[in-house]
Design a protein around this ligand. Sequence first.
Ligand code: TXA
Ligand code: MG
Length: 334
Amino acid sequence: MKAPPDQGVSSFIYPPTGPNLEFFAKALQSGCLIAIPTETVYGLAGLALNEEACRSIFAVKGRPLMDPLIVHIPNRSMAGELAELPDCFQLITDRFWPGPLTLILNKKPIVPDLITAGKPTVAIRMPKHPIAHELLEKVGAPLAAPSANPFGYVSPSTAEHVAESFGENVPFILDGGPCEIGLESTILDLSDPETPQILRPGAISADEISDVLRVPVISNKVHLGGDQAAKAPGTFFRHYSPGTNLSLFEKENPPVLQKDHAIVFLDRPGNLLDKNVFWLSEDGSLEKAAQSLFGLLRKLDRLNYSVIHCEMPTIDSGGYAEAIRDRLSRAAAK
Ligand code: TXA
Ligand code: MG
């Protein structure tokens, strides 16, 4: 493929100019893969209804075929072409789409089994990031896009993270700046609309969904194992993992500082400043901690510490706490 019209400041990363968006939309339509920004994390996108494109997504990521992909759409009406829509679809999407909520719905035959890993359901999301949205509109077709990281590694929240992990294997990365949320979307299973269930916690919490649907939403608090793993095969126990050993602690039990260990706090520790001490937000805001989490794990992973200690938010600290606990628990799982 020839080069995009407008060059970026580094190899593989291209600015979202009008001519580049046109170029990437055409490239996607012809079956190429492009890494794209979303408000959650960067995705590795290809035409969802093109089996060859989807096969390359699995191959480039090193992802097992049993782990289904999320389909991204530019507008709500496209969801009805891919899946049976439950009665609550309008209500829930009025509130949360476009945005960081993926819905698991019963699929229509048009969706290839490759995307759904043979399951009768399909995962669908309408991203809010303006560049993702514009590109999807230009392509005019659904795009499959898993997080743009090698299978099992930490997800990317900047274009540079994608380039670091894949190099020339993903030569086209559309730069949309750092992701606003920094954690993957909440996954809500509506395949049985009577019993909505969270399969992966994210920025949108079970309580917020429950308030809209006016029914209880099942959500497992810490991490999901066993049956849950079978329901969302990608939520394997160990995931989002840096190469360095990760050890978790609660605020009241910080580890003792050692010279080859890094310690990551949720907020700036007043009295314990050392070159091995890091923090995820200045003021303890969990939204800011989520934004910087994957970037800091990636950075520390390159610094050759023997252990990275990371503080877990307390379970009842609301909103993002469950999602951050979930990602940290999986990243630390042996
Ligand atoms: O925020 C996000 O959701 C990002 C951005 C790029 O949109 N995407 C993302 O995709 O996180 P991925 O592939 O890394 O995670 C998708 C998760 C996997 O755990 C997969 O098993 C689950 O969604 N999934 C996909 N289809 C499913 C289905 N039909 N039933 C249950 N789980 C499904
Ligand atoms: Mg992923």
